[in-house]
Structures are given as C-alpha cells and as structure tokens.
Design a protein around this ligand. Structure first.
Ligand code: GLY
Length: 427
C-alpha cells in the first residue's frame, strides 16, 4: 500500500517511519514533509500545500494511494477528510464537524458540559469589556484562551489582571484570526498534565499509552510555553485504575456526545487532562490529531502495525482488535530547538551528528529541518526530536541524552531534564 501523509512536523516523520517498518507499506508521500522525510528511505516529499485538496486528490488518483493520513489540525478544520470522503477516498482523521473539538474551544466546552465531562469552569465572551470584567470578578490566576486555532499560542495563564486583560486585547485585536472572535476565560487548576491520545472509529475508543509532554522552554517547567520541548511514555502517573476512569469518565462519554450530535468521528481523540493534586481528572482541552512530540515517544513503543490501526478506524473495525500491542519499557523524546525559540530565531543553520546520534541507539525525528543542496539545515523552532527506548526511564533518558550530545547546529538548545518527572512519579 502507498500512503499520502499530510504535515511537516516531528509527528509526521515519526508516523512515516513507523509505517515503513511494515512490509505492507511500499511508499509514503509527504505533503510537504521536511528534511527527515526527504532523506528517509521509502519517503518522498511533494511540493503541494496542505490546503491544496485538489492537488492531493489528483496525486492520490494517479498514484493509486490507499490511505491519506492527516497530521495537523489545520487541514482537518478546513475539511480535508470531508473532501476525500466525498471522492470516495480513504482518509484518516475526523471531518470538519468533528475537528471543531479542537478548532473551537467554546464548542468543545459546551460538548463537555452537556456530556458531564469534568472540565474547569469557564465563560465565553464575544465582547472584550465583558471578558475583562469577568476576570476582575473571578481574580487571578486565570486562564485566557483564544477560541479558534492559534498554533499553540492562544492560551495564557494570567497571574495578574493586567496580564489577563492584555491577553484578551491580543485576541480581540485579531492576532489569532478576525472572524467571529471569542475568548474563553477558564478557571486555573493545578496538578500534572497528561496527554491521552486515543484512536476511535466512531464506535469504539481505544487509548494509546499515556504520555506527558514538557511544554515550557525552561528546565523545571519554567518560562514561556512552546509546542513541546520533550515527551515521555508511558506516563507512570496514569495508573491502570486511572486509565480505566479516563476511559469511562472521559473518552466514552465524549464519543457518545459526538454521536448524539450526529458526528461520525474517526481518527485521534486527544484529551489534554489535568490530574489535580487531589487526584481528580479535569479535561483542559481536546485535540483532533496526534500530539507532537508525544507521538514520537508513544509510537516508538507500538508493536501493532500502525496502518492496521488507522485503517481499522477508517473502516469502523477498531473493535476487531482484542488489544494494541506495546514494547515493554519506556520512551523519551528530547526536542532540540533553535536558539531564541519560542521567540524569534534564525533558520538555515547546518546540522551535523545525526548518524552518530542514531549509532547510540536513538531515533532522530526531524521537525524544522530542510534539505538544501544536499545539506541538512534548520528550518523551524523545534528542529529535531531525539527519541530513545529503554527497559527503564533511567536507561531511555541516558540513551536519549547520549545521542543529543552528538548533534550540533549553531544556537542549539534543549532542556536537560526531559523525563525526570517520570522518575519522580515512579518512585
Ligand atoms: N504537545 C501538545 C500538542 O500536540 O498539542
């Protein structure tokens, strides 16, 4: 089977490499892909934009592609899966209606309230002054969220009223889109965040291994938020008992609520949860896609062929799987970023040492990289995800950082504490 994979992140490189482990997968075409997918045997990049549905359809028809896999939320929210379904072509991911669970925070909040899913108290505003008055009434800390997609930049944890008001102003200035502007003002809850990436065929919902990411740029989870500076799986804080509760209190009721709205949701249902200090579960957000960099860690442990799972979701056959098989042990992904990220940074820096890193037993997934005149150069904020598997977290962490230390590019930055929280939780 040949696959068309939409996206250009570390998540997509990890999906492509996992698919190519199977002898059934002949080739993976990436739209537009990155320097990693350009150099991975069996992968080929296509110079198409992720919103060029017609161009992709032509390629799929001419090249007899068996499955389209959509990585990022943007094309999902623009209706790429609806487009392919209308053409009777197989595409993995929810339809535009289902993708609202990520593309509209207020829509997702309403769904959660109707379904009785535990989530922090929130109010939705279309008027900035009303939102600001509500902040004053509630006090801080408080969470300000842009309603629509914001490339991971739409959430502010405001510790003062001034910060909250400034975040509200930014949203209403149209920073994250000018259509139908709304802001969600949410109660601040503390605890540990976990990422539950679940697969669903619209009937059954099957969680993958629980993961945690490190969103802050600085060690000790300090500093500005990023797309994710590293991740690990399986998250020890999610005990089997807690996973059972996540299944029955969150995943199944969410799927039922989607069904009630006549939404045939097939794809990834990603619940971003807070496990509070009291052990309560609170859903902070849902995403309609695989997480990045959680996917790099989770898929490193997957044994069941990924294409079987994704095809089962598309064909409503997920219930046929008695279980999803996993390797034993732990996986850790350390992100190497460009100096200055998540603020401004330079691109085009030569990258060396990837082969040496992989010789240490790690896998290096590319994110912001590009192949320029046969030379690998940086092309984004998050550049590489160095991922290692070990029998224990200690081993996985040691192997990942041994590999990290082989890689060089001007300005390279990474956190040195990825996975340490897992060690603490285990003990
Ligand atoms: N790692 C967070 C996300 O994928 O949204």
């Amino acid at each position: 089977m040949k696959v068309l994979l939409v996206g250009n992140g570390g998540r997509e490189h990890a999906i492509a490499k996992k698919l190519l482990e199977s002898t059934r997968i002949k080739q993976v075409f990436c739209v537009p892909g990155n320097g990693g997918t350009a150099t991975t045997k069996g992968c080929q990049n296509l110079s198409l934009n992720i919103d060029d549905f017609q161009g992709m359809e032509r390629f799929v028809m001419v090249n007899n592609i068996g499955l389209v896999i959509v990585g990022p939320e943007l094309p999902l929210s623009l209706g790429i899966v609806d487009y392919f379904q209308q053409k009777k072509l197989m595409a993995f991911g929810p339809t535009q209606a289902g993708a609202q669970i990520e593309s509209s925070k207020s829509w997702a909040k309403q769904l959660m309230l109707e379904a009785g899913i535990p989530t922090p108290k929130a109010a939705v505003f279309t008027n900035p002054e009303a939102a600001k008055a509500y902040v004053v009434e509630q006090g801080t800390p408080i969470v300000i969220k842009a309603d629509g997609l914001a490339s991971g930049k739409g959430v502010t944890v405001a510790t003062t009223v001034k910060i909250a008001h400034s975040a509200i102003n930014t949203i209403f200035r149209g920073e994250f889109g000018t259509d139908n502007i709304r802001v969600v003002v949410e109660e601040y809850v503390t605890g540990q965040e976990v990422s539950i990436l679940a697969l669903t065929d619209g009937i059954t919902v099957e969680p993958l291994l629980p993961a945690q990411d490190h969103k802050a740029i600085g060690e000790g989870d300090k500093g500005a938020n990023t797309g994710g500076m590293g991740a690990y799986a399986p998250a020890p804080i999610v005990t089997p008992e807690l996973m059972e509760r996540i299944q029955t209190e969150i995943l199944e009721p969410t799927l039922a609520a989607l069904q009630k709205r006549k939404i045939d949701y097939r794809g990834v249902l990603y619940a971003g949860l807070m496990i509070t200090d009291e052990g309560e579960l609170q859903v902070l957000e849902f995403n309609c896609r695989f997480g990045d960099p959680e996917t790099q860690a989770v898929l490193s442990l997957l044994e069941t062929p990924l294409e079987d799972l994704l095809l089962a979701c598309c064909k409503q056959r997920l219930g046929d799987f008695a279980e999803i098989r996993w390797k034993s042990g732990a996986a850790v992904c350390v992100v190497l970023a460009s100096g200055g990220y998540p603020g401004s940074y330079e691109k085009g820096k030569t990258i060396t040492g990837i082969e040496a890193a992989e010789a240490k037993g790690a896998e290096v997934f590319h994110a912001g990289t590009q192949l320029k005149q046969q030379q690998l150069v940086t092309d984004g904020g998050r550049v590489l995800g160095v991922t290692a598997v070990g029998e224990t977290f200690e081993q996985a962490i040691a192997k990942a950082y041994e590999a990290v230390d082989c890689i060089e590019f001007e300005g390279v930055y990474c956190r040195r504490d990825i996975g340490r929280r897992a060690l603490a939780d285990k003990s």
